[in-house]
Design a binder for this molecule. Structure first.
Ligand code: ATP
Length: 348
């Protein structure tokens, strides 16, 4: 299988400078689409360039499909790695037709093989009949699909996509993301998508690796990452988070909002920071609820509303995500109930 293994990769840009990648480990199973997610400057592009072979790591190894591409004494050049690249904004050759762009990496193949592979790729990305067009005659989304077809044409073991949707406007971005995901699935290629957009990572990838300061802070399936973040930093980075103090009690935690089941069960922590998501909190009638608070702010977002609720005993107002009609206005006393499970972390 075409799995990717990055093990203990260290990379600094100059002698005496702090490493940008600092002992980074990442495993992507064959055929999976992994997102590498992290704030600006955390080393995402550097990681892609090390995997692609444009940069040589100071330490560690990069292995794809069991073949060591980079490591101590080994550094295959990019063109020998069988890695396809979809750069930011597609970057098609402007003076070549769509078909010639797609055929670009098919060196050595004879003309009829090239022609049928190009036709197959055009079909795969839903652009059959567009082969004679020039890149400027295509929409941004179509250009991005051609760029993907060009990367996939030589049957790479791995495809790297570097913020491929960042130049597209919001409406188009969603549609192109869905297209790219479907094409990657149909091709069976292993892929790594770099993004700083958490929504994009969660909605597009099978696996999300969150990078922080040159290391993987957590690598998990999107739902696992969202529901069971490894630490409060990851929790805040992948979504809105509600933090409150709590005391562990077997497989639950006691908080100002009542006792909440824990998942996973605590590992030796007796007290700490409890993490919930705003949609786990519900506004209810004040009389019957275990916890009560006063609404201090309401932000209407269309599909739901975010309420700030000040609860006695908590330093910070809670953020409550409420679907449907706005349940209460600023100044109203409301009840707060919790659904689902919480995670418990070392005190912040
Ligand atoms: P962004 O989301 O902003 O693209 P990133 O996570 O992709 O960021 P990188 O581009 O990998 O981050 O950069 C990581 C760090 O390495 C940054 O501090 C950056 O300034 C530094 N860096 C990147 N390229 C070079 C270079 N060629 N020479 C020196 N430092 C560099």
């Amino acid at each position: 299988m075409n799995d990717l293994q990055v093990a203990g990769v260290v990379k600094a840009y100059g002698p005496g400078t702090a490493p940008v990648l600092d002992g980074l480990d990442l495993t992507v199973p064959g055929g999976a689409l992994a997102a590498v997610l992290g704030p600006s400057g955390c080393g995402k592009t550097t990681l892609l360039r090390v995997v692609a072979g444009f940069l040589r790591a100071d330490e560690g190894t990069v292995t794809v499909a069991g073949r060591t591409l980079g490591g101590p004494g080994v550094h295959l050049p990019p063109e020998r790695r069988r890695i396809g690249i979809v750069p930011q904004e597609g970057a098609l050759f402007p003076h070549l037709s769509v078909a010639r762009n797609i055929a670009f990496g098919l060196t050595g193949a004879d003309r009829s093989v090239k022609r049928s592979r190009v036709a197959e790729m055009l079909d795969l990305v839903g652009l059959a009949g567009y082969g004679d067009r020039m890149p400027h005659e295509l929409s941004g989304g179509q250009q991005q699909r051609v760029s993907l077809a060009r990367a996939l044409a030589p049957e790479p073991h791995l495809v790297l996509l570097d913020e491929p949707f960042s130049a597209l406007d919001t409406g188009l971005r969603e549609a192109v993301r869905a297209d790219v995901r479907a094409v990657l699935r149909a091709s069976g290629a292993t892929a790594v998508l770099v993004t700083h957009d958490q929504q994009e990572a969660l909605s597009t990838a099978d696996l999300v690796a969150v990078l922080r300061e040159g290391r993987v802070a957590q690598c998990a399936a999107p739902e696992e990452l969202y529901r069971r973040p490894a630490d409060p930093w990851v929790a805040s980075f992948v979504g809105d988070a509600v933090f409150l103090p709590g005391e562990a009690e077997r497989d639950a935690v006691r908080t100002a909002l009542g006792t909440i089941p824990l998942s996973p069960a605590p590992t030796g922590l007796t007290s700490g920071t409890v993490l919930l998501r705003p949609e786990q909190l519900q506004v209810t009638a004040a009389e019957t609820a275990h916890a009560r608070g006063t609404v201090t702010d309401v932000r209407f977002l269309g599909h739901d509303a975010l309420l700030a609720v000040s609860v006695e005993g908590l330093d910070e107002p809670l953020t409550v995500r409420s679907p449907g009609p706005i349940p209460a206005r600023p100044g109203e006393l409301v009840g707060i109930t919790v659904t689902g499970e919480a995670t418990l972390h070392a005190p912040m």
